[in-house]
Design a protein around this ligand. Sequence first.
Ligand SMILES: [Zn+2]
Ligand SMILES: [Zn+2]
Length: 156
Amino acid sequence: MSSSSPQISAENQWQNKYSEYLTRNGLKSTVQRDIIVKEFYRLEGHITAEELHAKIKTEHSSIGLATIYRTLKILTASGLALERHFNDGFTRYELCDTDSAHHDHIVCVACDKVEEFENDEIEELQKKIAAKYKFKMIDHKLEIYGLCRDCASEKK
Ligand SMILES: [Zn+2]
Ligand SMILES: [Zn+2]
């Protein structure tokens, strides 16, 4: 929590950014989108549009998958969500808020479990590589694929 604005929660800051993005781009906030955006914020991990839809339709049966897709596109375009592609063919989304530091992923190819990690040495190394090629690094993705402990022991 930042000390300069103790009364504004991370969720409110994130919601404010969403509202600003809508205004800047001439988009209207709709009741359905607002429900989706709220629910997305609360869910953790790396979820697909279908998973989000399954959660939401239990209480809001009128919200269709197409609306979920459109809303996730808006969140991604505004930088409030990140699109992830691991190797199971699904597009997954994860929250990107002010407090969530950059992280990388390690993915189990058998059960699709995803763990997150941060490693300063890897971050530094990548900056060095970018510098070597005279690039200013903006972003990077690193995914390690393998078998998690549970799946590796099953295979034996
Ligand atoms: Zn596994
Ligand atoms: Zn992640």
